[in-house]
Write a protein that binds this ligand. Structure first.
Ligand SMILES: Cc1cc2nc3c(=O)[nH]c(=O)nc-3n(C[C@H](O)[C@H](O)[C@H](O)COP(=O)(O)OP(=O)(O)OC[C@H]3O[C@@H](n4cnc5c(N)ncnc54)[C@H](O)[C@@H]3O)c2cc1C
Length: 407
């Protein structure tokens, strides 16, 4: 049996960042377990690629703190390792009078979260930033940028290996139990002994926690985010990033237009309940996942609250015309032929037993374990800050010497 000081489940951006911080600390051996054949195959490799500013988050929340710290760390990291990025700024566009107070609130939040240079834009000033946008007012946020988080993860992976750590691909975590020497971990590639486990399993994180004998206190609900791509001839319509004013009752930002760092413009994502945790397509269905939701009273409470929004999102999922209509609020000249279906990502959204969607990061500690159970946007932006914080928690809590080999 192998022996490691720290085993991290999940080679998404959060797991890799924690592993990188631990490996660089040189206090023990590090192993990352990843089911897929490559890193960043789920949320991290299927997102909008935005380095968020921190405009939206409740001041004082873990999201707000980690986003501000992580954003600047991400820009510096990209500079240091030659990862392409662009600190291009973004605009938030109000299209209806009732959105103006919400936009003013956003500006206040941004300032409370330490953003400088946020600028209110009149209808005509909006056009200076994005000539094809339609709105009655806007906000310009200079700190926002774009990057490929897959590129970032490749560098995290390389740094883990260079620091003596290991990333084992195609290796699925199955279960974990405590014994006298530490943790006995079962995988599809055999048994591993470890002193400490960190669960960063994203869409499977609640199940990973349960398989460690830990009650997660939340259930993961998968929300698919679908994108359309602008046809290349229409890319000129979008200079950088164009966002609507978000609905504060929902944890999602609304469909936006995003310039991608490797070229092209994406429109989306919507937020549709997925019938499978890794359900990237409408007809991806898992009976286990659907039963898991159907048997949860919290799910029905949530559905009771958001059924109208949910139906609207489902309609936008099956109707290109409905999706276009949402985009035309921001850019009326977009036409059906200007967009075609693109990628999709699935968000791992934690829900409490009483049906509330957890807004902030949610971490559960147990003996010799840390479980990351809600790491929604901006966790990719904030990955260096989250990784540093959790690695410090691990170092403060773990038995530092590696476990003994159990024959
Ligand atoms: C559509 C969409 C758009 C987004 N846009 C942005 C954005 O623009 N900016 C931003 O900052 N954030 C964005 N986010 C959020 C961001 O992508 C996530 O917060 C972040 O990627 C979470 O990383 P993670 O490592 O926790 O999860 P993941 O990337 O999902 O990684 C979890 C990993 O665990 C592995 N795993 C699961 N179970 C097991 C097991 N049993 N054994 C081994 N491995 C296992 C999975 O295969 C997976 O690789 C977006 C998310 C989505 C879905």
């Amino acid at each position: 049996m192998a022996e490691y000081s720290y085993v991290i489940v999940g080679a998404g951006i959060v797991g890799l960042s924690i592993a990188m911080h631990l490996a660089k600390n040189n206090s023990g051996t590090v192993l990352v377990l990843e089911t897929e054949k490559d890193v960043a195959e789920h949320q991290t490799g299927h997102n909008s690629g935005v380095i968020h500013s921190g405009l939206y988050y409740k001041p004082g929340s873990a999201k707000a703190k980690n986003c501000a710290e992580g954003r600047e760390a991400m820009y510096n990291f990209c500079k240091e390792y030659g990862i392409p990025f662009d600190r291009c700024g973004k605009i938030v566009v109000a299209t209806l009078p009732e959105e103006l107070p919400r936009m003013a609130e956003l500006e206040k939040r941004g300032i409370a979260n330490g953003l400088t240079g946020v600028k209110q834009l009149s209808k005509s000033e909006l056009k200076e930033y994005e000539p094809h946008v339609a709105g009655i007012a806007g906000l310009f946020v200079p700190q926002t940028g774009i990057v490929s988080y897959k590129d970032v993860c490749k560098v995290y992976q390389r740094l883990i290996l260079e620091a003596g750590g290991e990333v084992r691909l195609g290796c699925k975590f199955i279960s974990c139990s405590r014994d006298n020497n530490g943790l006995a971990i079962e995988t599809n590639q055999g048994k591993i002994n470890a002193s400490f486990l960190v669960n960063c399993g994203g869409l499977q994180s609640d199940r990973v926690a349960k398989a460690c004998g830990v009650e997660p206190g939340v259930q993961i609900v998968p929300f698919r985010g679908e994108y359309y791509d602008l046809v290349p001839e229409k890319n000129y319509l979008v200079k950088n990033l164009i966002y609507p004013v978000p609905d504060p009752s929902l944890p999602f930002l609304g469909v936006h237009l995003t310039r991608m760092i490797h070229g092209g413009i994406e429109a989306g994502p919507n937020a549709v309940l997925a019938f499978r945790r890794e359900g990237y397509k409408l007809l991806d269905i898992s009976i286990r996942d659907m039963f898991g939701l159907a048997l949860s009273p919290g799910f029905w409470r949530m559905a009771g609250k958001f059924w109208k929004t949910g139906l609207g999102e489902f309609h936008r999922s099956i109707s290109k015309k409905a999706f276009l209509k949402a985009l035309q609020r921001l850019m009326p000249e977009l036409q059906l032929d200007d967009i075609h279906p693109g990628n999709a990502g699935v968000r791992a959204q934690a829900m409490t037993p009483d049906g509330k969607l957890v807004d902030d990061f949610h971490i559960v500690q147990a003996e010799r374990m840390i479980h990351v159970l809600n790491a929604p946007s901006p966790a990719a932006t904030a990955s260096l800050a989250i990784g540093n914080t959790i690695a410090t928690m691990v170092l403060n809590n773990s038995t530092k010497s590696p476990v003994k080999v159990v024959a």
